[in-house]
Design a protein around this ligand. Structure first.
Ligand SMILES: [Zn+2]
Length: 211
């Protein structure tokens, strides 16, 4: 099954309304995505950095972190970024049942609705562990599954300069969905260099849109 999904991901056979691996390419756009927050002392600083360069991003939040930091969630929303669902407890998704997965998704969507009055229509599975049953269920709920096309690998906790170098040596392309994590301040240091670099190349940096 995993191989089957990998095949789908590689071949991009699934329609964008069901499974998104990259965004709109026409207007030289990049899409920053941040997983595993919000985290006090990091996410607020990241929001300030994004404001500094006037860019919008998508935050794949963990419900239980949002529950402990409701003000940060409201701030993300207030500053015009997109809130997206990354489960309630970040479990190993390949080890739990479909009803458990759905419960994880529903709990976080309910919380986002309570805090922002928005219906969340974007979801990313922990570690990008998708399966077809889950994808079909999300489709029925009209929720778009969002993967990524470039992984910053910031989870490896390498020196920020190394992450920057990798993303410059292998250039981003229009439509790329970039994966970062705001449970570590490294992403801020990396993007303090990369956002102005990408902007100087003519890229605009936007939040993902609901399909
Ligand atoms: Zn995650």
């Amino acid at each position: 099954m995993r191989n089957k999904i990998r095949y789908f991901i590689r071949s991009k056979l699934l329609p964008n309304s069901l499974f998104l691996i990259d965004g709109k390419k026409e207007s030289k756009s990049l899409y920053l995505t941040f997983d595993d927050g919000p985290v006090q002392g990091i996410t607020e600083n990241l929001l300030d950095l994004l404001d500094k360069y006037q860019v919008k991003a998508t935050f794949f939040i963990i419900g239980q972190c949002a529950k402990s930091n409701p003000e940060i969630i409201k701030e993300i929303h207030h500053r015009g970024h997109k809130l997206a669902n990354h489960t309630y407890t970040h479990p190993a998704f390949h080890k739990i049942s479909l009803p458990e997965k759905i419960n994880e998704i529903t709990s976080t969507n309910t919380l986002i609705k309570e805090l922002t009055n928005e219906n969340c229509k974007i979801f990313r599975a922990p570690q990008g562990r998708w399966d077809l049953k889950l994808l079909m269920h999300l489709f029925r709920l009209k929720i778009t599954a969002v993967h990524w096309s470039r992984d910053s690998m910031d989870f490896r906790k390498e020196p920020p300069a190394k992450i920057v170098k990798r993303l410059i040596d292998e250039p981003v392309k229009s439509g790329d969905i970039l994966l970062f994590h705001d449970d570590d301040s490294r992403c801020i240091e990396v993007l303090e260099t990369l956002i102005p670099y990408w902007q100087s190349q003519g890229f605009s940096i936007n939040a993902l849109e609901n399909k």
